[in-house]
Design a protein. Structure first.
Length: 282
């Protein structure tokens, strides 16, 4: 099946980025939010990103205009009736995601492929919330979506070969570099990244060094683009805490257990850049 129309459920930070890259790739793209104010905020984020690119000479004005013309915002699932593939990018909650899938299945065609941008939930379990488990896969983008080249394609137990190939090729058509990840919490990247971030917090708690020195050590000593605490603030401490808990629940390995300091900071509302306060103040 040729993919011509893309649906994106959720126009938050990740959803708006996914909608943007789909529209930039030439697809007619429909993005949905639950309320108009959230939709307006997401579309404004896309417009600003593209307009900033024009000002910096990285995006041609014509490319910006074409991308925006390919985008359609909505607060209704009814507008997804012509979508060939739908990428869900909403809250990491199985019940919420399942409700979205059921609403979608009332309007889309039987052959429409569903993908979830989940960073931690089981793809096979999500697929079981639909009547098309063979046409369901994971498609995990990274933040910021327009800039990050990697996409993890996750094949659940019920994902068909045709669906897997279609999703992999779709990711490539967006200008991304897809890799195939197992249907296990954390997939590939977070499976390796989260223990590193948690260990950095434990090491700080144990007096290894200051936050600034640990960050500088990993950045300049290993060539990482940013240190672990800068990255934690960027990802969101609540997001890291949530993923770590899911991974610990699955593996029961101490490497995935959230350190006490992380839990306390989340409870205090120190979530990183998005709250203005994390390991650093913004």
């Amino acid at each position: 099946m040729a993919i011509k129309t893309v649906g994106v459920v959720g126009c938050g930070l990740m959803g708006s980025g996914i909608a943007q890259v789909a529209a930039q790739a030439g697809y007619k793209t429909i993005v949905r939010e639950v309320e108009q104010k959230f939709l307006d905020k997401g579309l404004a984020r896309i417009n600003k990103f593209l307009s900033d690119g024009v000002e910096k000479g990285k995006v041609a004005p014509e490319a910006r205009d074409t991308t925006l013309a390919n985008l359609q915002g909505t607060t209704s699932f009814e507008d997804f009736n012509d979508c060939d593939i739908v990428v869900e990018a909403i809250i990491e909650n199985i019940d919420e995601k399942g409700g979205a899938y059921r609403a979608l299945e009332k309007v889309v065609r039987p052959e429409t492929i569903f993908c979830s941008n989940t960073s931690s939930l089981c793809i096979t379990e999500l697929a079981a919330n639909t009547t098309r488990p063979d046409k369901f896969a994971g498609l995990h983008f990274f933040n910021p979506v327009p800039l990050m080249k990697l996409v993890e394609v996750i094949r659940g137990l019920t994902t068909s070969e045709a669906t897997y190939r279609a999703v992999f090729e779709f990711a490539q058509s967006l200008g991304k570099e897809p890799i195939t990840a197992p249907d296990k919490p954390g997939f590939i990247v977070n499976r390796l990244l989260v223990p590193y971030l948690l260990d950095a917090i434990r090491s700080y708690e144990n007096g290894l060094g200051t936050i600034e020195d640990i960050d500088k050590g990993m950045k300049l000593g290993t060539g990482y683009p940013m240190g672990p605490f800068t990255l934690l603030d960027f990802v969101g401490l609540d997001t890291t805490y949530y993923i770590a808990n899911i991974m610990f629940e699955e593996y029961r390995d101490a490497a995935y257990a959230p350190p006490p300091l992380l839990k306390r900071m989340v409870l205090a509302g120190w979530l990183g850049r998005k709250s203005g306060h994390g390991f650093y103040k913004y």
